[in-house]
Design a protein around this ligand. Structure first.
Ligand code: COA
Ligand code: ZN
Length: 309
């Protein structure tokens, strides 16, 4: 198995946006700098949204100005509108990610717009970004189910992908915002998208809300996807979705992939150390499992009674 898998960590955005305690700017910078050394391909560093909507990320400019950029890493920020795009460009992000929900109800809860209004606003983002050379990718939230509307018809997801492609995105992320996806659904939907747009760069964003997160990654792999988003420590969740909990845990994801023989380019030990540091920074227990159990290759000495006979 020689397929390279690309790991995108979103803890600094998806993780920290929902934290109950304010994480000081210098700690955010420290976290991103540590992540930058682990070998992850992309880091979603912050979002340029309304500070009233997401007060935790009101220091987006200072975070982007403070981090040490590793040229091998793409630094991404979420932008909701043209205003966010102007801020992101001024902060010299490498890439912007747009987000719209395929569910009307969740989109209104999240960004106070209809889906059509969101796409109309993205046209303004493309206008702002034109000539900057910055890539724009599009995320489709609630692609596998909405906490308000339930299962989303596949046609709606395909429409969302088509609209993004028409606008000129460099890639599309299918996001399971509240952990409703199941592996069979993931494989079927992703295969459908890949059949229709074989050249499209697809990333998958899963939450482990119902324990199906890594199983969904396997389904994504079976459908041929090589880009996965995770949150260090398994932190995360959408503040505008009831009952939202953590993303799939980046280090558990990398551990699973390495155990299976996939290459990610990530130094798992460094990632685990960074996750421990994250625990200190946020000051509470994290859902990640490998950091507690150790890697499968971390063997223990045999019990003494067996050694002495
Ligand atoms: N950056 C900073 N401030 C912004 C902004 C941006 N990108 N976009 C809007 N604002 C400010 C406006 O200046 C205005 O401020 P004021 O009340 O002091 O005048 C306020 O936010 C409202 O602006 P408006 O254009 O009326 O937007 P809105 O109230 O309809 O909110 C969003 C729309 C998208 C800006 C807002 O809902 C938002 O930022 N949501 C965050 C979504 C998110 O991050 N979700 C989690 C990740 S999926
Ligand atoms: Zn998420």
């Amino acid at each position: 198995m020689d397929k390279r898998i690309f790991i995108h960590d979103v803890v600094a955005r998806d993780g920290l946006q929902i934290e109950p305690q304010w994480v000081p700017t210098e700690r955010k910078i420290e976290l991103i700098d540590r992540l930058s050394a682990t070998g992850v391909a992309k880091i979603e560093a912050t979002s340029f949204v309304s500070p009233k909507a997401v007060p935790n990320l009101r220091d987006a400019e200072a975070v982007m100005a403070g981090i040490r950029r590793n040229p091998a890493v793409t630094y991404v920020a979420l932008v909701p509108n043209a205003r966010g795009a102007e801020r992101a460009l001024a902060a010299d992000v490498d890439e912007m990610v747009l987000v719209v929900s395929v569910s009307e109800t969740h989109n209104r809860a999240n960004v106070r717009r209809s889906v059509a209004e969101s796409f109309a606003g993205f046209a303004e983002v493309f206008d702002v970004a034109r000539g900057s050379g910055k890539a724009i990718t599009g995320a489709l939230a609630t692609s596998f189910g909405c906490p308000f509307e339930g299962v989303i018809p596949e046609r709606q997801v395909m429409d969302g992908v088509a609209r993004y492609i028409d606008q000129g995105v460099a890639g599309v992320t299918l996001a399971d915002t509240t952990g409703m996806a199941n592996p069979r659904q993931v494989e079927a939907l992703v295969r459908r998208v890949r059949e229709r747009w074989p050249e499209l760069e697809i990333a998958l964003h899963f939450h482990n809300t119902r324990g199906m997160g890594l199983a969904n990654v396997l389904a994504g792999l079976a459908a041929g996807v090589v880009r996965y988003e995770g949150c260090l420590g398994g932190l995360g969740g959408c503040p505008f979705a009831p009952g939202a909990t953590g993303n799939i845990c980046t280090e558990d994801l990398v551990h699973m992939l390495h155990s299976m023989g996939y290459a990610t380019g990530v130094d798992l030990d460094l990632l685990l150390a960074t996750s421990r540091r994250l625990g200190e920074i946020v000051g509470h227990d994290l859902p990640g499992q490998v950091v507690k159990a150790g890697k499968t290759t971390d063997l223990h000495p045999a019990p003494p009674e067996m050694a002495s006979h």
